[in-house]
Design a protein around this ligand. Structure first.
Ligand code: MUC
Ligand code: MG
Length: 373
């Protein structure tokens, strides 16, 4: 049987409404923009992927528009005619012709895996070596900007058994105000919930010394990216003195960043994100570096919709230990989906499908309605 080749690769920008504004230190999301990848192969199989970021260029080096432009002008033409099932060859070619661009590459790697899974009748997790669990515990982010509203939201999530881990987005307000907000939420939820914070690099080291101390003393489990990714010395010092563990997020923009952070002892937990490593296979290389260095793992998100969320989930279910669980709640922040069957969240967990590929089908009508023209 002649092997299938890649015939075309389309990138589609999709704008979807969110259930409420989502306040991060650097940006307040009023909606979310996805970049959906459709990879068509000569055997009639289509693979889908997603390359999504947060807040245009506010979070990372790629925006939805630059992702689409770089795929259309550079990455897609390089793939046409290549063997669709040889994911190593395809991704090596992309790495040769394009530096960085991990968000764009992540959507493409996901689409290649989805297509190959459908071709072989296997879920993506099995292409990645096999799953060791079927579901993942999922944290929820409290980011309404209002303490009372956040507490009510958390209590509701506990009651309906959807989440019992909460991440609070802080850093935009004065330090003392943020600390009061976090401590009030932890006090209200008590031992029923794990409460963590994400500062998104907004403190300087002097603020972080006090911030980490107060949060650690008040039962906050985990502190994500308290200071700038550029201040490596500060990250090393905080990792040594903070009473609560420090997690690296923005500090990891590539697998090589993960290696250098591990070598320097700059964090004791890594947030794994397919978008920031270049795909579900690439993120597992960062996981392996962390495992070798004794660094704990957390399954992160760029607030992708169903496609990017399940591409992440298929990678995360293959991991030996995910000490800090995941935050794969992106689809739950959206009021609309562009797939026919939404991912299943039940009993604090995301349940990962065992059907071929990612286990998703695009809903053509909704895709047509929400795509940007
Ligand atoms: C981030 O900085 O981790 C993940 C969850 C959330 O609410 O925002 C993201 C991005
Ligand atoms: Mg983060």
């Amino acid at each position: 049987m002649p092997s299938a080749v890649i015939e075309s690769l389309e990138s589609i920008i999709v704008d979807l409404p969110t259930i409420r504004p989502h306040k991060l230190a650097m940006h307040t999301m009023q909606n979310q923009t996805l970049v959906i990848i459709r990879l068509r192969c000569s055997d009639g199989i289509e693979g889908i992927g997603e390359s999504t970021t947060i807040g245009g260029l506010a979070y990372g080096n790629e925006s939805p528009e630059s992702i689409k432009q770089n795929i259309d002008s550079h990455l897609a033409p390089a793939l046409i005619g290549l063997e669709a099932g040889n994911i190593n060859a395809a991704m090596q070619k992309l790495d040769k012709i394009a530096k960085g661009n991990t968000f764009a590459k992540s959507g493409i790697e996901s689409a290649l895996l989805d297509a190959q899974g459908k071709r072989l009748g296997l879920p993506v997790s099995e292409l990645l070596g096999g799953r060791v669990r079927d579901s993942l515990e999922v944290a929820w982010t409290l980011a309404s900007g209002d303490t009372a509203r956040d507490i009510a939201e958390a209590e509701h999530m506990l009651e309906i058994r959807r989440h019992r881990i909460f991440k609070l987005k802080i850093g935009a307000n004065p330090l003392e105000q943020d600390l009061k907000h976090v401590v009030a939420i932890k006090k209200a939820l008590g031992d029923h919930a794990s409460v963590r914070v994400d500062v998104n690099q907004y403190w300087d080291e002097s603020q972080a010394i006090r911030g980490c101390q107060v949060l650690g003393e008040n039962g906050i489990d985990l502190i994500e990216q308290p200071i700038s990714r550029i201040n490596r010395g500060g990250q090393i010092r905080l990792n040594q003195r903070s009473p609560a563990p420090i997690m690296a997020d923005e500090s990891i923009e590539s697998v090589e960043d993960a290696f250098s952070l591990a070598a320097d002892g700059a964090a004791s937990v890594f947030a794994l994100k397919i978008a920031k490593n270049g795909g579900p296979r690439a993120v597992l290389r960062t996981a392996q570096i962390a495992e070798a260095a004794g660094i704990a793992l957390y399954g992160g998100t760029m607030l992708e919709g169903a496609v990017g969320t399940l591409a992440s989930a298929h990678a995360f279910v293959t991991l030996n230990r995910l000490t800090w669980h995941t935050e794969l709640f992106g689809p739950l922040l959206l009021t609309e989906e562009i797939v026919t069957e939404a991912p299943v969240y039940r009993d604090f967990q995301l349940h990962v499908p065992r059907t071929p590929g990612l286990g998703l089908t695009l809903d053509e009508e909704r895709l047509a309605r929400f795509r940007r023209h």
